[in-house]
Write a protein that binds this ligand. Structure first.
Ligand SMILES: C[S@@+](CC[C@H](N)C(=O)[O-])C[C@H]1O[C@@H](n2cnc3c(N)ncnc32)[C@H](O)[C@@H]1O
Length: 214
């Protein structure tokens, strides 16, 4: 399943970190999972680059993408760190903190996908705790510390329906390539016996829920 040229153009124009080949793999997974007729859940909205793909797949299937972020940025996006972008700081006196929400809203509006997305603004573990509906896809791309990646996995994976897809970004088996927290979550999923890997595209891993458990 391939996104339309308009969707690819919107994805490429959006701020974010995901390369096109990983985006195409995410879209293919989202398209397949959307066939279950259940919401597609993303942890880590940032400015909406990957959300565009989930929203487009949800639109095709008549379901919805749900994306969760506090919009204050991860550790590595704070001032002075490698992935900081000063254009997404709220420079209101007395605030001065990262705020990716306005850029995210603009991204979705320009892509014409607003009505296919529910944006949850808050902390992923808190949102997961009050969430009750089964999900067709869980895409984990939030905080990249062990604490955050583990909480995302433990909070959202219990809601993933049988046959649903778990997608994890920034999985680097070699520590020289990047942080290990997403890799550890990926290993945990495989070792649980509840998941079967269905695709690998650079650091993007797609697993299917083929059993119960966590
Ligand atoms: C790597 S970025 C997401 C990139 C996005 N998926 C894309 O492809 O453009 C990670 C995002 O996770 C958010 N985040 C980190 N920890 C979080 C938490 N505990 N709850 C909610 N959002 C969190 C950050 O604010 C940041 O916007």
């Amino acid at each position: 399943m391939e996104p339309t040229p308009e969707v690819v153009a919107a994805f490429e124009a959006a701020k974010g970190f995901m390369p096109v080949d990983e985006g195409l793999a995410l879209y293919a997974a989202a398209g397949e999972a959307a066939g279950l007729g259940l919401p597609l859940l993303e942890v880590g909205t940032y400015c909406g680059r990957s959300t565009i793909l989930l929203a487009a797949a949800a639109r095709e299937a008549g379901t919805v993408a749900v994306t969760v972020d506090h919009h204050r940025g991860s550790e590595e996006q704070q001032p002075g760190w490698e992935y900081h972008d000063p254009s997404v700081v709220d420079d209101e006196p007395g605030v001065g903190r990262m705020d990716t929400l306005p850029t995210f809203r603009r991204t979705l509006y320009k892509a014409g996908l607003e009505e296919h997305v529910i944006a949850v603004v808050g902390r992923s573990p808190q949102a997961a705790k009050v969430w009750a509906a089964p999900l067709g896809l869980v895409f984990i791309d939030g905080g990249h510390t062990d604490e955050h990646a583990r909480a995302d996995y433990e909070g959202w994976v219990p809601h993933l329906a049988p046959g649903g897809l778990l997608v994890i970004h920034d999985v680097f088996p070699d520590p020289a390539d990047g942080g290990q927290a997403p890799y550890r979550v990926y290993r945990r999923a495989l070792e649980s016996g509840a998941f079967t890997e269905i695709s690998v595209t650079h650091s993007l891993r797609v697993l299917r829920r083929t059993g119960a458990g966590l």
